[in-house]
Design a protein around this ligand. Structure first.
Ligand code: DP6
Length: 342
């Protein structure tokens, strides 16, 4: 996919992108080799939770990366980007003579259960793809986002899905890049996601560590089969407008993810007591009101509350008055249209 994009010599170029976070409905949990997912995953791109990143590229005597997060120099993130660019030397040896200066900021606080790696690394991948296009005098075309998705995947799997808006799948049509789910019923337009921040403490095990546990997990084959089944069923729900069934699937996916953490060889628990209380309250609310409110979780204690925009008022009243008491912060978000160049 990258063979038409050559770097003969680095040049000076600046690119700025705004790229959103996403929430997985069917989870990517377990990978093979170089960022190949063990099962297909499916996510919704968010709107208000995004990263804005400016990248300045220029010729240098060696590969160097400087990164400023909220205007403060951050060497650990710079090392991550440097390692990533080093992993791309096999495609572009000239990257060994590139200077990269990055200014980045998130609209959401760090460690809040909203994956800043998906938004941050997709924003960087989009800027890098634009650099490759610029050097090759290529106008942004239909392949641009596919290439960005592929480059984002090599940095962080879930970032591959953030280069598109709406509902996005990865690991079905291709393992290399994500694609947009086209056949979606209008009931899912503006689907809401309110994030209930239960804790903002740094988690003990990273997602990358969690993926590694899956390689030797006693239930791994059963998990991959269930994920494939849930993925196929979710696509049917999107097509038929079956929000109720989709809601049950996303809850099962969330609880399975955490059950896999708790049953791995090095078991760990990321849920907090208030995560469990909030889950119970969501279920009770649904039973009593018959309103379609569902939850999902990423690899952390915070709940993503999913519901249709048609029930926004009633459901947000419940969230703001009752569920919010279990949390330190509430972020109301919804489905977004994907990244944009600034
Ligand atoms: C639970 O994409 O963060 O959010 O590829 O190692 O960077 P790496 O992992 P990452 O894993 C995301 C895991 C998840 C589920 C998902 O987003 O599909």
């Amino acid at each position: 996919m990258f063979k038409d994009l050559l770097i003969k010599k680095n040049v000076h170029f600046k690119s700025t992108w705004k790229s959103p976070a996403n929430i997985a409905f069917v989870k990517y949990w377990g990978k093979i080799g170089k960022q190949i997912p063990a099962n297909p995953s499916l996510s919704m791109t968010l709107k208000e939770c995004y990263t804005e990143t400016s990248v300045e590229f220029s010729e240098n005597s060696c590969l160097s990366v400087e990164l400023y997060l909220d205007s403060i120099r951050n060497d650990s993130f710079a090392v991550k980007i440097k390692n990533y660019l080093e992993s791309l030397l096999e495609y572009w040896p000239e990257l060994s003579k590139l200077k990269v200066v990055i200014y980045t900021k998130n609209t959401f606080p760090q460690g809040t259960g909203i994956a800043s790696s998906a938004s941050g690394l997709s924003a960087f991948a989009l800027a890098f793809t634009e650099y490759l296009y610029f050097i090759n005098s290529r106008e942004i075309d239909s392949l641009f986002y596919r290439i960005s998705s592929n480059l984002a995947r090599l940095a962080s799997g879930s970032a591959s899905r953030s280069v598109y808006g709406g509902f996005v799948s990865w690991g079905d049509l291709s393992n290399d890049y994500a694609t947009v789910v086209e056949d979606v019923h209008s009931i899912f337009s503006n689907l809401q996601d309110t994030v209930l921040i239960i804790s903002d403490k740094e988690k003990k095990v990273s997602s990358t560590g969690g993926h590694q546990h899956m390689g030797v997990h006693p239930f791994k084959e059963a998990r991959y089969q269930l994920a494939k089944f849930n993925y196929a069923e979710s696509l049917k729900c999107f097509k038929n407008g079956d929000l109720e069934k989709l809601g049950i699937i996303i809850e099962q996916e969330a609880l399975t993810l955490h059950a896999l953490m708790m049953s791995s060889h090095n078991p760990y628990i990321l849920l907090r007591p208030n995560s469990l209380l909030a889950i119970e309250m969501v279920k009770d609310f649904r039973e009593q009101t018959k309103l379609p409110l569902y939850f999902t979780l990423d690899a952390g204690p915070n709940l993503h509350l999913i519901y249709p925009s048609s029930e926004k008022n009633k459901i947000q009243t419940f969230i703001n008055h009752e569920l919010s008491q279990l949390s330190i912060r509430v972020i109301h978000d919804e489905m977004g249209m994907g990244p944009c160049r600034l």
